[in-house]
Design a protein around this ligand. Structure first.
Ligand code: UDP
Ligand code: MN
Length: 799
């Protein structure tokens, strides 16, 4: 035993000795390397440069982010059911329909992600019995009135009589399911069910990615300042109660209890009085779908087998989503009612304004375009839907020409306008708005599905205050399996530097403090851009969109800043929900370089709306946009005039009142500039630099290190001068476009972090204080030289 131990000790001793020797050798090598590197400032600079390059590429990665403007919300899968192409639903569709439509506790459970059994309960079948049998197609405009009649007293003159307005607009034409493949396109084959890929199976629930965003939210009490609400608080409060469904309170316009008749079940029979209110109409022609077993019915995920992968891939680029699958799903499929439970009971006014729904598209996939239009026709009250305007932004695909005209001719409310050249999303929307006849404009992307009850809650907000710009909750239609996914509640649209759009969850404590319910409108600093309603006159009062914005991108920032800063409000309305296919890429071509187009658009927005904060934008990787020789952002006179004319508030006001949790320091660092070697502070006196004992009260010692990387006091910036050994510095008047005024400082964690490195003098030079404290000059950078190390009193760290 002892022998064993001794041998073991001997063995381990040998090992230890080996480790020791190896470490010593390693250390020697390391020290040598360190000495080499310390002696060789240029190798360090090389390292520094590499670090910088990495940083730049990181920045470039950030700057591509605005491309994915409307990135997906955190989602939950509404129901785990899936269908297989050709075989229909794996679970009986009708049962799913009950689950979805019933709402109530069951839906709440679904929303909380709890499992729910699919078994129909006796009562469930009774309360939401299908309004017409089976999957039979009701002929166009031939809806039996008693099945989905909305009886509205439409005008004051007809106050006593009840007008029967059958909701017939949305019924698909007979056999319209056959037209879902573009005419001339391939008819869907019957497909064998196959297993999902692992990725698909794992995609059932996605965890919200909003932790960081949450952390950044500021004090809740600041987020809802009363002064930002342009209308009397009492009215606002009443509205809140109505939308919450907390109280059956008649709005201010209607002092008495309104005359509202509700039919049992889903069919809403409403006697309408001006100023009166009624429960939101839960109109949905697809409530009992034509073919409950159809692929993707009820928004279920569809599994495409591996033998169809090549087809899926082949057609993917047509829309950058699963076009192959979309073409098999009915254009009028049912989707789950994902509204919070209380929404169905909320009250809206009888005399809401009508709306023109505007879809702009360029080379949109046939089936998704049709599904978008049908979802509006099928789930909007007829009297509120003035028209649907399809703006064809010079598409190249043949099926979007005559075949589309032909298909849409069966719906009198649908108008198609065609642009003679490619205008881009922004000018296409302007073209749609120009011909719109509704009182409210509702813009939608051309690959959406509007959910039940989506429209009235939006119009209600505009009715309450025409300066309110309501957006539906944008839910997710999976680009892969086309399932309809419920998104997390309490999400709002925000931006981060450099104007990157994102979603952020409202913190728990804010929700509690404000007694917010899941159906309360959410103040939204930035809208995602694709889907919103706006009073038409107000849209024009605001100067609509800047028509100088090209193709796509930045327009959501423009309209958001404009609305908030010029007296309006953007809200997300949880009772209004619209699914949207989020694509990884834009499926259409950009006439010019895509990145440059978005950057240019953003620069236009920044120049008009961001005041001094534009440095934050440029300083986050967009310096190059300042060079007018590289980027021509066009003329902004009209936009600047407009801002003046509307007497819009400052961007600071916007940050303080609308988005107080945004960290937006105007400079990167500020205060005194302390030299570590000299232990004194840089002082600017009578246009020359010197050193003094640090004293906060001395204005001459206050400098800013700006987002443009300038060392600045008032209008004077420290500038390197000369080349090589003769390099010196000078004081120059500041100019953001001048690259030579920029100094790197604290930009990496490297040994040169505390140095002030001018990168525009050959071989990188560092600012150095003379040892006597009577001079300051440029010298080759030496990491250990304390006279080259500088510290500002205060550094602002964001992100
Ligand atoms: N669109 C357009 N012209 C363009 C670019 C886009 O009409 O030059 C349409 C597009 O077809 C879609 C809407 O504008 O209906 C929004 O574009 P997209 O869906 O690509 O934006 P995302 O949702 O990715 O932000
Ligand atoms: Mn879109």
């Amino acid at each position: 035993m002892m022998m064993k131990v001794r041998r073991y000790m001997r063995d381990s001793g040998r090992v230890l000795a080996f480790v020791f020797v190896a470490s010593v050798i390693w250390l020697l090598f390391d020290m040598a390397a360190l000495r080499i590197s310390f002696n060789d400032a240029s190798s360090l600079l090389l390292k520094e440069r590499m670090m910088k390059e990495r940083r730049v590429s990181r920045l470039q990665a950030t700057t591509t982010q605005p491309m994915k403007r409307r990135f997906r919300h955190p989602v939950q899968r509404v129901h785990p059911a899936v269908t297989h192409p050709g075989r229909g639903s794996l679970s009986p569709g009708i049962v799913l329909a009950q689950v979805y439509r019933r709402g109530g506790g069951r839906q709440e459970q679904l929303m909380k992600g709890k499992s729910v059994d699919n078994q129909p309960k006796e009562g469930v079948f009774k309360t939401v019995a299908p309004r017409h049998e089976g999957g039979a197609v009701t002929p166009k405009h031939g809806a039996p009135a008693e099945k989905k009649a909305v009886n509205l007293d439409l005008t004051e003159a007809k106050k006593s009589s009840v007008v029967d307005v059958p909701n017939k607009v949305g019924l698909p034409a007979e056999g319209s399911d056959k037209i879902q493949v573009p005419p001339g396109g391939e008819k869907t084959k019957q497909l064998a069910p196959l297993l999902p890929s692992k990725k698909e199976a794992g995609a059932i629930v996605e965890k919200p990615d909003s932790k960081k965003a949450q952390d950044k939210l500021a004090k809740p009490e600041e987020a809802r300042p009363a002064e930002t609400t342009p209308k009397p608080v009492s009215k606002e409060k009443k509205q809140k109660e109505q939308v919450n469904g907390k109280k059956d309170v008649a709005p201010t316009k209607q002092p008495h209890k309104p005359v509202v008749e509700h039919q049992a079940g889903e069919g809403s029979k409403v006697t309408r009085k001006p100023g009166g209110v009624h429960k939101v109409l839960s109109l949905d022609v697809t409530l009992s779908p034509r073919d409950a077993k159809a692929v993707g019915q009820f928004g279920q995920a569809v599994l495409v087998g591996s033998n169809e992968d090549s087809e899926v891939r082949r057609r993917w680029d047509e829309g950058h989503f699963n076009v192959y699958l979309s073409d098999q799903i009915p254009v009028d499929r049912a989707i789950p009612d994902t509204r919070p439970e209380m929404c169905a009971g909320s009250l809206v006014h009888d005399d809401l304004p009508s709306t023109s729904v505007i879809f702009c598209f360029v080379d949109e996939v046939w089936s998704t375009l049709l599904r978008s239009v049908h979802s509006v026709l099928n789930r909007s009250p007829e009297h509120l839907l003035k028209e649907i305007i399809l703006v064809d932004d010079f598409s190249t695909r043949d099926y979007l020409k005559e075949p589309l005209d032909k298909y849409m001719s069966q719906f009198p409310k649908v108008r198609i306008i065609r642009l003679k050249e490619r205008q881009g999303l922004i000018r296409a929307r302007l073209a749609g708005a120009a011909v719109a006849e509704g009182e409210v404009l509702t813009f939608l992307d051309s690959h959406v599905e509007c959910n039940v009850g989506w429209l009235e809650p939006l119009l209600e907000r505009v009715y309450q205050d025409r300066r309110k710009v309501p957006c539906p909750v944008i839910e997710v239609i999976s680009d892969k399996d086309m399932s309809y996914l419920l998104v997390d509640n309490f999400q709002r649209g925000i931006f981060k530097w450099p104007l990157v759009f994102g979603w952020s969850a409202i913190p728990e404590e804010y929700i509690k403090k404000n007694n917010m319910t899941i159906s309360d409108p959410i103040r939204c600093p930035v809208m995602a851009g694709g889907l919103f309603s706006i009073d038409k006159k107000y849209f024009y009062e605001l100067g609509a969109y800047d028509p100088g914005l090209d193709v796509w991108g930045g327009e959501n920032m423009e309209i958001s800043f404009k609305i908030w800063m010029c007296g309006g409000e953007i809200e997300i309305i949880p009772c209004s929900r619209v699914g949207h296919i989020f694509r990884g890429q834009n499926p259409y071509k950009f006439p010019k370089d895509r990145q440059k187009t978005v950057e240019r658009n953003l620069a236009r927005v920044v120049e008009v709306w961001l005041d001094g904060y534009k440095d934050l934008f440029y300083g986050h990787g967009y310096h190059h946009l300042l060079d007018k020789k590289i980027t021509n952002i066009g003329n902004l006179t009209e936009q600047i005039e407009l801002r003046k004319k509307l007497k819009c508030k400052s961007f600071k006001w916007y940050l303080d009142n609308v988005y107080p949790d945004m960290v937006a320091p105007l400079v990167k660092a500020e205060g005194m500039v302390f030299n570590l070697g000299l232990r004194k502070c840089l002082t600017l006196q009578k246009s020359s630099l010197s050193f003094e004992i640090c004293d906060l009260s001395k204005q001459g010692q206050h400098f800013n290190y700006t987002w443009m990387r300038h060392i600045r006091q008032q209008d004077l910036c420290i500038a390197p001068q000369g080349k090589g050994k003769d390099s010196s510095f000078a004081l120059a008047s500041c100019d953001n476009t001048k690259r030579e005024l920029r100094w790197f400082h604290q930009s990496t964690n490297s040994v040169l972090a505390e140095h002030l490195i001018s990168e525009f003098v050959s071989h990188h030079m560092c600012l150095e204080a003379g040892p006597q404290g009577d001079s300051v000059y440029l010298n080759p950078c030496v990491p250990t030289n304390a006279f080259q190390k500088w510290q500002f009193t205060h550094y602002h760290h964001i992100q």
